[in-house]
Ligand binder design. Structure first.
Ligand code: SF4
Ligand code: SF4
Length: 93
């Protein structure tokens, strides 16, 4: 079975070049999630630059995570110089 068939596809659309593009909620792959410790976040944006899924975004007091696409790789936590991101186990109900 190809990797494409194993992924959960949440939708598709026709791209301008005539190819069918698929929407994949990469957040479904996650077994751990990043939690920002707001008091430590310096809002430097480094986590956003390194995130491979573009899931980190700026809020009023700290950077946060779009959990629809965060795949839990932990790169943001590893790169944060302020130790403002903790990786915690994902609990799915
Ligand atoms: S890298 Fe760390 S300190 Fe910088 S914005 Fe991200 S969470 Fe905040
Ligand atoms: S855990 Fe990985 S995918 Fe999720 S926000 Fe951090 S860098 Fe991005």
């Amino acid at each position: 079975m190809s990797n494409m068939r194993r992924m959960k596809l949440t939708g598709s659309y026709e791209a301008p070049i005539g190819t069918t593009m698929y929407v994949v909620n990469t957040g479904d792959w996650r077994y751990q999630r990043p939690v920002t410790i707001a008091g430590k976040c310096r809002k430097c944006g480094l986590c956003s630059l390194y995130c491979p899924t573009g899931s980190r975004y700026e809020e009023a007091n700290a950077f946060a995570t779009d959990l629809r696409y965060c795949k839990g790789c932990g790169i943001c936590a590893n790169e944060c110089g302020a130790a403002a991101i903790a990786m915690v186990e994902e609990i799915r109900t």
